[in-house]
Design a protein around this ligand. Structure first.
Ligand code: GLA
Length: 414
């Protein structure tokens, strides 16, 4: 299926390089054609298209579930979902990523987790909307996903938010983005089995074009920081090591953070999360914590402050300082939180060897996925060339290098 040609052209114009891959979004005409091929002409009214972007986190990882700061932005690569209401309570689903599978479920029966795995994001969101009392109608839907699955760019949150927007639109209902994000997070916990924080669903639903978002995960307060496109490029390098958060390591990190919180609570009942712990308190309590839990806590407490400081530095165009904090963040995720991998470490280290790169770090949950680099515009092509050469020589596979602007949160296109 050729859903991507026009956008590839546009993006290549923007990136201007041979080593950078274009961001792709599904072309609308081709999406309509494909939808009609799969589901036929249908009888029940207008066809809608919704979009939900992926995200990259500039700094602040594994902090969201500790009530701390994160600093993500939405990216150009996105999920597009084309849908039409049905006259019965069936939901029929197809995905461009898994074109052979046509999934069907009923909104009238209890919605259970089931194969294929990708359908659980849709099942989960439908179940949560029903639980919230929204009178859903059946739909035919095709999901076109140009985000790399397992690339650490939140394709799952994008599918969840796109699904929620589609089902709400067909039901003639609306929901504020905070509630919608929480509902999608719950869907991910219960149907995908990942006890994620709130960062991904929030940025996917509430991003502002041209800006990164400093999100306080304790009270959901958002501060938008403008990114100057003349001075900065955000470069994402996918290691092509597929990251998987349902494998248990992510849940284990959350558990270790909670173990730390329980120890701090013994001394101070006002502590609700690692957000409430200072570096001084952490050092004073070191003897009561196991080495692993101490290091997990040290990452979170340090990362919280680094994130606030980096957002401030970026807002004040102190790019070097922001970059230094990104590098420290990577080291902390690698050594204290232990969620990096040799491929991500290599990419982050090598990226810093290119002139004009302010900072580079792994982004998202880790265990594979991508790094993000903050770059001067003229550094993008040398960076891409350097990483292609060195990474391929070392690991025998090519990274994919993507350049993106910050886009707006999910929306209804048609
Ligand atoms: C995943 C989760 C997020 C967040 C990041 C790490 O992307 O979905 O909630 O915890 O990992 O920062």
């Amino acid at each position: 299926m050729k859903l991507h040609s026009r956008c590839i052209r546009d993006a290549l114009k923007f990136c201007g390089g041979v080593h950078t891959v274009a961001f792709m979004v599904a072309d609308l005409t081709e999406l309509h054609d494909k939808f009609h091929q799969i589901f036929g002409p249908g009888r029940a009214g207008k066809v809608h298209v919704v979009r939900a972007p992926g995200r990259v986190n500039l700094i602040g990882d594994h902090t969201d579930y500790n009530d701390c700061f994160v600093f993500p932005m939405a990216i150009e690569s996105e999920v597009r979902l084309i849908c039409r209401a049905r006259t019965d309570a069936a939901v029929r689903l197809s995905s461009t990523v898994y074109p052979r599978e046509l999934v069907e479920l009923s909104l009238q029966r209890k919605i259970e987790r089931a194969d294929p795995q990708w359908s659980n994001y849709v099942r989960g969101v439908a179940a949560q909307l029903i639980a919230a009392g929204i009178p859903l109608v059946g739909m035919d839907a095709l999901i076109a996903n140009t985000l790399p699955v397992g690339g650490g760019l939140s394709s799952s949150a994008a599918v969840e938010v796109a699904t929620a927007l589609a089902l709400l639109t067909l039901a003639g209902a609306e929901m504020d983005t905070t509630r919608l994000s929480l509902l999608c997070q719950k869907a991910e916990h219960e149907y995908a089995g990942v006890p994620c924080g709130i960062m991904d669903q929030t940025i996917v639903s509430s991003a502002k074009a041209g800006h990164a978002m400093l999100l306080d995960c304790r009270d959901n307060h958002k501060t938008f920081v403008k990114l100057n496109p003349h001075e900065l490029r955000v470069v994402i390098v996918n290691s092509m090591v597929r990251h998987e958060l349902s494998g248990g390591e992510y849940a284990q990190r959350r558990k270790q953070c909670n173990e730390g919180v329980a120890v701090f609570q013994r001394g101070n009942s006002a502590v609700r999360a690692l957000r409430d712990v200072t570096m001084k308190q952490l050092e004073e309590t070191k003897a009561d914590l196991s080495d692993v839990v101490y290091r997990r806590c040290r990452h979170v407490v340090g990362e919280h402050h680094r994130t606030a400081e980096a957002a401030k530095a970026l807002a004040e165009q102190r790019y070097e300082h922001c970059g230094e904090l990104m590098v420290k963040s990577h080291q902390s995720l690698r050594d204290d939180y232990e969620v990096s991998c040799p491929e991500l470490d290599f990419l982050a280290d090598e990226a810093m060897k290119t002139k004009g790169i302010y900072g580079a770090r792994m982004t998202g949950g880790g265990f594979g996925g991508s790094i993000v680099a903050l770059a001067q515009p003229r550094a993008v092509e040398p960076l891409a060339e350097h990483l292609h050469k060195t990474y391929t020589a070392k690991f025998g596979r090519q990274p994919s290098v993507l350049v993106t602007t910050a886009t707006a949160g999910a929306s209804i296109l048609e």
